[in-house]
Design a protein around this ligand. Structure first.
Ligand SMILES: NC(=O)c1ccc[n+]([C@@H]2O[C@H](COP(=O)([O-])OP(=O)(O)OC[C@H]3O[C@@H](n4cnc5c(N)ncnc54)[C@H](O)[C@@H]3O)[C@@H](O)[C@H]2O)c1
Length: 269
């Protein structure tokens, strides 16, 4: 029976809600984050929801911490059935304003953190014929303005997931990638960017979501169960992706108009 899941970034937001959704099915959760308080709270909620597990501090930038976490999963659970590479941070700013340090920071967490998570856990997944669930974003597919480093990191997560889908079929390891649009979490706390105005704009976008992190976790649960590779939890996101495939220029035009508006707004402030 498969019932052991590990999640990175499980101390808040979507990571916590994914833990709770699977906890309700009685799964054992290996929860990691850089926030100890967040992890304690998630484990408490997981137990209340009917699951159990353990917590381990793990910064996804550090491969040795991920391999130590994989070892802990082997010792405590005897292996792992699903890994969820969810830890991530927010960023924004027009390309000309972003520093190379902004790029390094974003790529190190949102892209290389996922690469390292997959690599550290691959031996355990080979044993269990388990599944990989990578959390990307609609930003990977739509390339909204003033977030090029985030767009690139998340597009990398989609490309990595497609590569693994193809390469790992023979080992019977399932691969899924999730691309949500904006939704309300604590993601803004980690925001890094050149202007406070940009942070405020991202804040408004997070608030605008018609669905919650809990709804998204439920949708992921159902879609993983159905074996869906590309998981788009927002209805609007599914429509936008369809349009992009049919008429990419229409999306580029819309995004360019949005960039013009953002620049005009920034000038007025
Ligand atoms: N909220 C959104 O609008 C949105 C949209 C699309 C995709 N996502 C993605 O969803 C994922 C979860 O984000 P969220 O919205 O729940 O935000 P969140 O800030 O509530 O949760 C992210 C968690 O990741 C942890 N984290 C940050 N850096 C880390 C590191 N180096 N190592 C380990 N853990 C680290 C944080 O401590 C936090 O607990 C992210 O990958 C994010 O990019 C979010």
């Amino acid at each position: 029976m498969q019932n052991r899941m590990m999640i990175t970034g499980a101390g808040s937001g979507l990571g916590r809600e994914i833990a709770l959704r699977w906890a309700r099915e009685g799964w054992r959760l290996a929860l990691s984050d850089v926030s100890d308080d967040g992890l304690q709270e998630t484990l408490k909620l997981v137990r209340e929801a009917g699951g159990d597990g353990f917590i381990q501090r793990c910064d996804v930038r550090d491969y040795s911490q991920l391999t130590a976490f994989a070892q802990a999963c082997e010792q405590k659970f005897g292996g792992i059935d699903i890994i969820v590479n969810n830890a991530g941070v927010a960023s924004g700013g027009f390309f000309g304003e972003l520093s190379l340090e902004d790029w390094d920071w974003q790529i190190a967490i949102n892209l290389m953190g996922v690469v390292k998570g997959c690599k550290a856990f691959l031996p355990l997944l080979e044993q269990s014929k388990g599944k990989i669930v990578n959390i990307a974003s609609m930003a990977a597919l739509m390339q909204g303005p003033a977030m090029s480093n985030y767009n690139v990191a998340k597009a990398g997560v989609v490309a990595l997931s497609e590569s693994l889908l193809v390469e790992l079929r023979q080992q019977e390891i399932g691969v899924h990638v999730v691309c949500p649009s904006f939704f309300q979490t604590n993601l803004l706390d980690s925001f890094r960017g050149p202007t406070p105005a940009m942070k405020a704009q991202v804040g408004k976008l997070l608030e605008s979501s018609p669905i919650t992190a809990s709804d998204i976790a439920g949708y992921i649960f159902d879609q993983v169960g159905q074996g869906e590779f590309l998981i788009l939890p927002h209805e609007q996101g599914r429509m936008a992706w369809q349009l992009k495939q049919q008429n990419p220029q229409a999306i580029y035009n819309e995004m360019a108009n949005m960039a013009d508006k953002m620049r005009a707004k920034a000038r007025a402030e």
